[in-house]
Design a protein. Sequence first.
Length: 622
Amino acid sequence: MCGIVGYIGSAQAVDFLVQGLHRLEYRGYDSSGVACMAPSGVIRVSRTAGRIAQLESLLAEQPAVGTIGIGHTRWATHGRPTDENAHPHLGGNQSVAVVHNGVIENYRSLKERLIGLGYVFRSETDSEVIAHLIASCLEDQPPVANAAAAGYQPLVSAVQQALAQLQGTYGLAILFRDYPEVLLAARLGSPLVLGVGDGEHFLASDASPLVGHTEKIVYLSDNELAVVTADSLRMMHRDQGHVSHSVESLDLAAGDVDRGSYAHFMLKEIHEQPESLKNTMRGRLDLDEATAKFGGLNLSARQLRSVRRIVLTACGTSWHAALVGEHLFESLARLPVEVEYASELRYRNPPMSDETLLFAITQSGETADTLAALREMKRKGHPTLAICNVVGSTISQEADGGVFLHAGPEIGVASTKAFTSQCAVLAMLALHFGRLHDMSFDTGLRIIEQLRQLPELVGRALETDGQARRIAEKYAHCNNFLYLGRQFNFPTALEGALKLKEISYIHAEGYPAAEMKHGPIALVDEHTPSVFLMPRGLVFDKVMANLEEIKARGGPVIAVAGEGDMAVADLADDVISIPEVDDFLQPIVMSIPLQLLAYHIAVARGCDVDKPRNLAKSVTVE
C-alpha cells in the first residue's frame, strides 16, 4: 500500500527520503511527495502524481532543504491520483504536515466539523482531515516555556487528542512548523519502523528503506506514539503514557533489496526459490523422530493433538496456499480443514467447536482483512497461529504463535517465493500433525526425504525458463487464458491464473479440469489458450480426457507435464517439462513454470512487472 519515510538528524533529509521512496515503490503507488523543514522555519512541500522520477524532476527545479523531513508514496483510496491529493498534507495555517497510511472511516463527519471551524480543505482525501484535526487540537494546548524539557507535551497531547477522534487505521509521520527539532509518529493497524542512528533517526513503513543507513530498529506497536529528535527516541502509548521499547537488529542486507543482475525483482525472486525453500526448511526436519519441528507454535503436543478442526484464513496468493494446505492436512494428517477468505471470515459468524485451531497465512503480516479475522477468532477464545514472512509484523505479534517463512524480503508485488515457502511450511505442519496422530515412522521419513529434495527439483524446474519464454512470445497477444488442474493442482491453477492477471492484465481463470464441461468450456476458441497441469498421478487419465475435449473444440493447449511424457506431448500444442514429484509437493514445483510464463508474457506485452497498475504489495486497508 502507501509508503512512509522520515528523517531527522544533521544530513539533508531529502536524500534519504527520495532513496527510501524508491525502496518502497514495490508496495504500489500513484503519487509521491516530501515535506522538509526549511532553515527559515517554513515547511516546504513538494508532491506530484505519477512516478517518483517526476518528483525528482520537481525537486531538481525546486530543491528541498532541511535536516528533518517526511515523504510518502500514495495508493489512492479517497480521491483520484492528482497533485492535490498527493501527500504530505498541511493542516491549520501550514503549521502541521502529515503523511498517512490507512483509512479514516469517519473522515466525513470530522471534515464537516473542521470546515465549520474555518479550516480550508484542498484535497479529496481522508488524510487531510488528520492534518487539520491535529492543528485544531494544538491550538487548544497551553503554551510551554521549554517544550523540549517538557517532553514536547503540547505536541503529544494534541496528537493524542486527535487520534482519539479517529475511527479506522493509520500510520502517521508528523512535522510541526513551530517545533522544528522534533518528529512524531503514530500507528494503529498500519506498520511503522524506526531506525536508530548516531545523532539521527529514520522512519519507514517497512524496513527496506533503512538498509545501509542503520542496523538498529524499533518496531511501533498499535496505539503507540513515538517522539523523535536527532538524539532521542521516546515511546508512548496513545492512552497510557510512557512505554519502554526494545532495539532490535535489522536482518536485511543491501543485496536483499537490490535487483542485482536481474531485469526485475520478480524474476530475481523466482530464481531465489531453491535457496528460499532451503531457508524455510532449515532446522525443521527431524530424522530421528520422522517429523517436522517448530520453535514458535507455543502449543504443547497434547494441545495440538486435541485439535479436531483447522481453519486456514488468508487473502490472494496466500489463500491459494491455504487451499494447498487443505489437501495437505486432510491427506497427511487426516484432519478436517476449512479454508476461508479472511475478508469474509471477519464478518461471518460460523459455528466453531472448542477444538478448532486457526492458521492465518500472510506474506507481510500486515494484511488488514487477515488481521481482523485473526482478532475475531482470538476474541472467541480459539488458539491462533500465523504463517508469516515478516518478523515484527502485526500478525506475527498478535497470534498466539506461528511459523516464519524465512524466505527473505519479497519486493515484487506478485508473490512468488512466499507462495512456495508457504506451501512448504504447510507440508511440514501437516507432517507434524500427521505424526501426532496415525502417520507411521516410515511414512514420515519418506515425506522428509521428498521435502529435502525440493530445492533441487525447483532448481530443475527453473531450467524451463527458455521454454516458458518461447511459449509466452507465441501467446502474448491473447487476452483470455484458462488454467486447469485437479486435486493438489487446482489451487496451483488458481495461482497461475492470478499471476498472469496481476502483471500482464490478461483475463485468466483457474478451474478444476473436470468442471470445464459444466459451463466454462463455452469460452474455448482458437484465441483462448488452456494451460493444463498434467503431472502423472491418480487423475492423470481423467485430465487427459479433459485435454482432448479442449482440443476437439479448437482450443490451443499449453501443458505442464513430467519430463519425457510423450503422451502429453503428442496432444498438446506446447509443453513445459518439469521433474516428476509426489503429489503433495506438486504445487510447489508446478508453480515455477507458471510464474515464468506469466513473467515472460508480461514482459512481451511491455508491462511494468514489478509495479503492476492498481495493485499494492501489502494491503493494509479493507
